[in-house]
Design a protein around this ligand. Structure first.
Ligand SMILES: Cc1cc2nc3c(=O)[nH]c(=O)nc-3n(C[C@H](O)[C@H](O)[C@H](O)COP(=O)(O)O)c2cc1C
Length: 208
């Protein structure tokens, strides 16, 4: 019998809060469906050079983020995934790829892989990047590789979401944050992110 309630876990890395904002909008879209609970899990700064936070205003952004979303130990996140019906992964774009902390996270999931714990679970990805063609799509796609190795069913954003012409890509929501990582999230970013959350919820109800 189909489940009446589902749990979606959003696992994300974020240094200055921009990727976290996309996670919030995805959660909002998912929770619009009755019976959906969303767990937000921010990955610690594992493998991240501390001098990435070099500017004073960036330090403030990082502090605000830490207050809002304290990081969760990777082992605790990994332990939680088998009981999640869907898992959505987010990372800033780093040289056209996922940030090191998310890659480190994946490299610690061998036990999940051996046990097939994620096989058949619904998943999706999202990112943020400084510039217009900064590698959002390559990042989104590279984030899918480990998910496919784990047997996940990946959900993207269809062009029936009109705002997809202005923000994100069919591979997942992404937003442009500007060189100083301080550009506010806009309406199209929000709509695409919410649409993904909603779609993951709908499909998970069918699959779970
Ligand atoms: C080491 C490093 C590499 C980056 N590489 C890219 C890149 O390839 N393309 C791009 O547009 N932005 C790049 N950025 C900018 C980040 O994507 C941007 O600051 C990030 O999306 C902010 O997300 P956050 O606020 O969640 O940390 C890079 C930033 C750092 C620190």
């Amino acid at each position: 019998m189909a489940k009446k309630s589902i749990k979606i876990t959003i696992v994300f890395y974020s240094r200055y809060g921009n990727t976290a904002q996309v996670a919030e909008e995805i959660a909002y879209g998912a929770k619009a469906h009755p019976g959906v609970s969303v767990a937000m899990r921010r990955i610690p700064d594992i493998g991240e050079p501390q001098d990435v936070v070099a500017r004073k205003d960036w330090t403030k952004l990082a502090e605000d983020l830490a207050n809002k979303y304290p990081t969760v130990p990777v082992d605790d996140i990994i332990a939680e995934l088998p009981s999640s019906d869907a898992v959505i992964f987010g990372s800033p774009t780093r040289f056209g790829n996922m940030a090191a902390p998310l890659k480190v996270f994946w490299d610690r999931t061998a036990k999940l892989w051996l046990e097939g714990s994620l096989v058949g679970k619904v998943g999706a990805v999202f990112t943020s990047a400084a510039s217009v063609h900064g590698g959002q799509e390559t990042t989104a796609i590279s984030m899918m590789f480990p998910m496919l190795h784990h047997g996940m069913i990946i959900v993207g954003v269809p062009y029936s979401v009109p705002e997809l012409s202005e923000s994100g890509s069919p591979y997942g929501p992404s937003r442009i944050v500007g060189r100083l990582a301080n550009r506010p999230i806009d309406e199209a970013d929000t709509k695409v992110a919410r649409a993904l959350g909603s779609r993951v919820a709908e499909i998970t109800f069918k699959v779970a």
